[in-house]
Design a protein around this ligand. Structure first.
Ligand code: ASP
Length: 596
């Protein structure tokens, strides 16, 4: 999303200045002319006129005000000062239209230096690009820049809107522990050694999943939390070791209720932050999403739906089209495909596992639209006609076709669609969608056990449960994802609260009852005391806020993120601890060979 779509997260709504100052820099205007004011902040740009006069831009979190200072006072960039003076109109012809305070300046200034400052490693300006490592090393300086100020304030506003929305929907905020025990999300975990119980460890939560289910057993009814989660996974632009999610759980609800709660919160947040009003969020089944968009996180800002062509080619003579699944997409004329671009796409499709990628270009002829391609002469007349009809193709448009197993045709065309599609200006800039009815299982592991698609507490769709032994991969789950512009923002499910179903799921997942007892015994035991039917959802806040802020990288909306190798250039963490600390924690470094 374009950041210009955002409403201004205005600092004008801040409370009135108190303490050492009477006003904030960015809020002084011509209404204040003649007033005596005190402002505090950092020295920005300085223009000195000899030894007697200097123009100083004083900056705080609300903006900049120009101060006309007699004498230089030895001021340098980023000195922290308090300036007391009179608000005056700027002399004729010197006002600055680009500055909110550009009509006025502070004159007759008394300057008090509160802190001196070394020269900063980069200048505090939005116009200067600074290498990310340097920004992270001096994050506190980077935070002084407008963009970071805006993003962090917007983040706080989103949190506050979410709190308000869920509270008004009857949810109660509960904090769950950070020092915890393994959770079932399936990622690698961070562990914390126990000093009091040598050789034992806490596990930092991958999510509050189990704790929130226990809250339901505890009768909390509707819980939410803006929760910090930790997963020791390789980092990418959209991942950090620690991330924040809006986590909810509710009792005595159906899947539709959870979708409604979250939809309401999304509507509340988006309208307040962007001014865009969303009436509802469309729901696609996983099957529809895969069939039409080749992915479970479709970007609905453009159409380019995948069309199934299997029936058209069921008796084809074209060898390359003799396959279980034949699908295609139509690339619009606004995305012209030259021969070299097409060769490139063919190579990409092959890299993704396709045997090939067929293409047909529509051109005008005396007989109407015809298809051109090296393969065109092999197309039967009926096939050609049916293809033209299936896509309603117009001259200059191109059809791309993949023939293979269904999972491949979907996947490859889904990727090509994402690569070639451009947001349609007629469609909303924020296209949310719910994807529901995910398969309960992803496939089989090497021991022949089923692999859970979500986590082992996900409730199957009870209509399909009888297929669990005969055709387990066709069993749908009561789970759902929220998607925005091709990104998965969050996911959730209705949980299993019935003993019989849970034991069956553990058994097909290859989790023995001893293992289940050892890993989740406390949850199962809690359930034995009366578990309400319940379900929940978690929304990845870093990614949601990055999308709302028009940023590709979540580090832009996190105050103190780590680099992609998990390093913090500012604190230098992670770093070794002293032998004394190791001893206190009963930790002994061991060599790799000792593990063999
Ligand atoms: N615990 C899940 C997650 O973190 C979300 C949920 O099912 O509520 O992805």
């Amino acid at each position: 999303m374009n950041s210009t779509n955002q409403k201004n997260i205005s600092s004008k709504s801040l409370s009135k200045a108190v303490g050492m100052r009477s006003d904030y820099c960015g809020q002084i205007s011509s209404h204040d002319i003649g007033r005596q004011v005190s402002v505090c902040g950092w020295v920005g740009r300085r223009r000195e006129h000899g030894e007697h006069l200097a123009f100083i831009d004083l900056r705080d979190h609300t903006g900049i005000i120009q101060c006309v200072v007699q004498g230089t006072h030895g001021l340098h960039s980023e000195y922290v000062v308090k300036i007391t003076g009179t608000v005056s109109p700027r002399p004729e012809g010197t006002s600055n239209k680009d500055l909110a305070t550009g009509e006025v300046e502070i004159t007759n200034c008394e300057v008090e230096v509160l802190s001196k400052a070394d020269s900063p490693p980069f200048s505090i300006s939005d116009r200067i690009e600074v290498e990310e490592n340097v920004r992270l090393r001096y994050r506190y300086l980077d935070l002084r820049r407008n963009k970071m100020q805006h993003h962090l304030r917007m983040r706080a506003k989103v949190n506050s809107l979410l709190r308000h929305s869920f509270e008004s929907q009857g949810f109660t905020e509960v904090e769950t522990p950070l020092l915890w025990t393994p959770t079932p999300e399936g990622a690698r975990e961070f562990v914390v050694p126990s000093r009091m119980k040598p050789g034992s460890f806490y596990v930092l939560p991958q999510s509050p999943q189990i704790a929130k289910q226990l809250l339901m057993v505890g009768g909390l009814d509707r819980y939410y939390q803006i929760a910090r989660c930790l997963r020791d996974e390789d980092l990418r632009a959209d991942r950090q070791f620690e991330f924040t999610q809006l986590d909810i759980e509710a009792s005595f609800v159906t899947q539709q209720d959870i979708l409604d709660f979250v939809t309401q919160a999304v509507i509340d947040v988006v309208s307040e932050i962007t001014g865009i009003s969303i009436e509802s969020i469309p729901i696609l089944t996983w099957e529809q999403s895969m069939e039409l968009y080749g992915t479970d996180k479709p970007d609905l800002r453009f159409d380019m739906q995948i069309v199934d062509l299997t029936a058209i080619f069921k008796d084809t003579q074209i060898k390359a089209f003799q396959a279980n699944s034949i699908k295609g997409i139509k690339v619009p004329s606004s995305c012209p495909l030259s021969r070299s671009k097409l060769d490139n796409l063919v190579a990409k499709a092959k890299e993704m596992g396709a045997k090939g990628l067929a293409w047909f270009k529509a051109v005008d002829s005396e007989d109407g639209v015809v298809l051109e391609s090296p393969l065109a002469k092999h197309l039967g007349e009926l096939e050609s006609k049916a293809l033209i009809e299936a896509f309603g193709i117009e001259p200059l448009e191109t059809i791309l076709i993949v023939a293979d197993e269904i999972s491949l045709t979907r996947n490859i065309l889904g990727n090509l669609r994402n690569e070639l599609g451009e947001p349609d200006p007629e469609k909303p800039s924020l296209c949310f969608a719910w994807v529901v009815d995910f398969p309960l299982f992803e496939g089989f592991d090497e021991d022949g056990n089923l692999i859970s698609g979500h986590h082992p507490f996900t409730m199957p769709n009870l209509e399909d449960f009888h297929l669990i032994d005969s055709d387990p991969l066709s069993v749908r789950s009561q789970s759902y994802d929220l998607v925005l512009n091709g990104w998965e923002l969050g996911s959730g499910s209705i949980r299993i609260h019935r003993d019989d179903i849970q034991s069956k799921i553990f058994s097909v997942l290859g989790i023995s009852s001893e293992q289940a007892q050892e890993r989740f015994g406390f949850l199962l035991s809690a359930f034995s005391f009366g578990a309400p039917p319940h379900g929940g959802f978690a929304l990845g806040l870093d990614r949601t806020i990055a999308l709302l802020a028009g940023e590709d990288n979540i580090r832009e909306v996190i105050a103190f993120p780590k680099t992609s190798s998990g390093f913090d250039p500012m604190t230098q963490a992670p770093k070794p601890i002293s032998p004394q600390q190791l001893k206190l924690l009963s930790l002994v470094p061991i060599k790799d060979e000792a593990l063999d």
